[in-house]
Design a protein. Structure first.
Length: 101
């Protein structure tokens, strides 16, 4: 059972970094630092968009409109952090797994 918690923790960690990369890439794209016509840049952009946008879109539905400021990635990162803490403390102790990471 500990292996399940390790894998879930790793998945949440990887998704955390995908969200961070998506935010940084969107800033680089907005300020014209990266070339949008480059095939590699387009592939990275497409992957990050497809990996994060479905979740961020659901969060944006419940967020107030703040104009050009999008805080949905912050909400998503907080939700990931909450999920990790909840998984590692409440769920792990409820099923009897001694998992401290």
């Amino acid at each position: 059972m500990t292996a399940v918690f390790v894998v879930l923790n790793a998945i949440l960690d990887i998704y955390w970094w995908i969200v961070i990369a998506s935010v940084v890439f969107s800033w680089l794209f907005a300020f014209g630092v990266v070339n949008a016509g480059n095939q590699f840049v387009a592939a990275v952009s497409g992957f990050l968009y497809e990996a994060t946008e479905p979740v961020l879109r659901r969060i944006r539905r419940f967020m107030p409109n703040l104009g050009s400021i999008d805080i949905s990635p912050i909400v998503l990162l907080l939700a990931i952090m909450f999920a990790k803490v909840f998984l590692n403390t409440t769920i792990a102790s409820a099923v009897g797994v001694n998992f401290s990471r």
